[in-house]
Design a protein around this ligand. Structure first.
Ligand SMILES: [Fe+2]
Length: 266
């Protein structure tokens, strides 16, 4: 399966056409058409996994809002810094942006998006993530300790704007062992939960392709072997829709940042 298909064949051009914009443009709601029309396919759903942030789950306190709302809504869309702290999270800073659309390709505004992920050393801020905290790198044999980063936010939320756009600032998560006996390691990935207004929640995971990083070949090796990603790609899904390419892109003040686009079609 290499052909992208969609049910309607129309209205699909709204996806992806702010790929070339910097993150600041996205936040400001800026929109430029790349002129490239691409058909799209429904984003595949993937398991929630065991580390979704719940009331009793955090190991360390990285909560910004204490207003009584559910824990998973307690943090903003910038995971690289906790409110009120001067410290920054350790790791390769990235921006993830995208457009959330319905099955017809229409932008969904005010859709809530929650993401959660591991630290740069592959550890979730979750009581359930306590096995194999120390393990050996499968290729080099080097000992790795999956440490928590007290300055990392671990999860956050964003709301899509009127064009269905969202943006998160975070760090590239580390890989971690899923099952050492079968030598299964989860590649770097970020979990997404999308709750559009009046519609059913949708859960998936996003993977990485970061050509500018030395470790990218190892990341692709892990992607190729990952049982969950393999399962997803055995269906009709396209690799490029779920394994997102991150490239150095100019943002404001002449600065560059690693930006990737993950569009989600429900
Ligand atoms: Fe995970």
């Amino acid at each position: 399966m290499s052909q992208k298909t969609n049910k309607t064949g129309i209205k699909q051009e709204k996806r992806r056409d702010f790929l070339k914009l910097g993150a600041a443009g996205v936040v400001a709601g800026g929109m430029v058409s790349s002129g490239v029309l691409q058909a799209s396919a429904k984003t595949p759903s993937q398991p929630l996994g065991p580390f979704f942030p719940r009331e009793q789950s955090p190991i360390i306190e990285t909560v910004e809002l204490k207003d009584g709302s559910p824990l998973y809504l307690s943090n903003d869309s910038d995971l690289t810094q906790l409110k009120g702290s001067k410290e920054k999270a350790i790791g390769e800073e990235i921006y993830i942006k995208g457009i959330v659309t319905d099955s017809e390709g229409e932008a969904l505004k005010d859709a809530l998006i929650v993401i959660w992920q591991a630290s740069h050393e592959g550890r979730y801020n979750h009581q359930g993530d306590s096995r194999n905290v120390e393990f050996k790198h499968p290729n080099t044999g080097q000992s790795i300790e999956r440490k928590l980063d007290k300055d990392f936010q671990y999860w956050g939320q964003a709301l899509t704007n009127e064009k269905g756009e969202y943006v998160f600032k975070t760090i590239l998560p580390g890989f971690y062992p899923a099952d050492l006996s079968s030598k299964w390691y989860r590649p770097p990935h970020i979990h997404f939960l999308v709750a559009p207004k009046g519609k059913q929640e949708f859960v998936t995971q996003m993977y990485f392709d970061v050509p500018s990083l030395d470790q990218n070949s190892f990341i692709q090796e892990l992607n190729d072997k990952d049982l969950i990603l393999k399962d997803v790609l055995s269906g009709n899904s396209l690799r490029e829709d779920i394994v997102v390419k991150f490239e150095k892109t100019k943002i404001t003040y002449g600065e560059e940042a690693l930006i990737g686009q993950f569009d989600i079609q429900l």
